[in-house]
Design a protein around this ligand. Structure first.
Ligand SMILES: [Ca+2]
Length: 245
């Protein structure tokens, strides 16, 4: 960079600048913008100049690429990799209204299922190959004025009653309007109530984020993991897990 800058100065600067004078404002701006000049005084300062804050997002993403199956994960099709038998491209979908029925494969107790109907708005979940966190597929979430819509999968945790269980997923929010929220819930099907919720994400994310929540398995162990959508946003979810602790 310093070599390029020096060469540029020698070849191109007006005579006044070579003598130690100042560049005309436009040329000064152009030099800063185009050549990321290392000298002080560039304005506007951009994030690409030497010495500015580095962007570690790619590095973090690379380090995160531990795409091994999560030990003890009780979910079926946790990374949305299992092809949908009913879809020509293998990419299933579900809608909050439940019609048409979900075509996203799940576990022994049922598919990844969409819920629930509301007078206006709703959420669709569509498996896509465009932006997986791991593997080849992830599920795209499109919420429009959603009212606590959920993509859920039921798991039988009877053997773990009274024990702690962790539910988690990786999420990426591409667009979000005010009032949007995406969270992971553990839900007690017997009492029909939320056991515990992760902190919600309510704005766009620069990278994949890990949402997780821990709760106690109720007697009988009839539990769902729920990816809960509120408001209007678009997101991608991958690599969900339910793991007894
Ligand atoms: Ca995946």
């Amino acid at each position: 960079m310093r070599t390029i800058t020096a060469a540029f100065k020698r070849a191109s600067l007006p005579r006044a600048a070579k003598r130690g004078g100042t560049l005309p404002p436009f040329l000064g701006f152009l030099a800063c913008l185009t050549f990321s000049v290392t000298a002080a005084g560039c304005s506007p300062v951009t994030g690409t100049v030497d010495g500015a804050a580095e962007d570690f997002s790619l590095l973090r993403r690379d380090m995160q690429a531990a795409c091994e199956p999560v030990t003890g994960n009780l979910l079926g099709n946790p990374g949305f990799e299992q092809p949908s038998p009913g879809a020509p491209d293998g990419n299933g979908q579900a809608v909050s209204g439940g019609n048409p029925p979900s075509s996203i494969p799940g576990g022994p107790l049922g598919p990844w299922d969409g819920c629930c109907s509301q007078p206006t708005g709703g959420t669709s979940w569509t498996v896509r190959t465009t932006m997986p966190h791991c593997g080849a597929r992830a599920v795209a979430v499109a919420s429009e004025k959603a009212s606590a819509n959920v993509l859920n999968q039921r798991v039988d945790l009877a053997a773990y009653s009274g024990r702690s269980v962790r539910a988690s997923a990786f999420v990426f929010i591409a667009q979000a309007q005010s009032g949007a929220a995406l969270a992971v819930d553990l839900f007690d099907l017997t009492a029909s109530q939320i056991i515990a919720s992760s902190p919600p994400l309510d704005a766009t994310t620069a990278d994949w984020r890990y949402l997780s929540v821990t709760g106690t398995v109720p007697t009988g162990g009839a539990v769902q993991i729920r990816l809960r959508s509120t408001g209007s946003f678009s997101a991608v979810v991958d690599d969900a897990a339910v793991v007894p602790q």
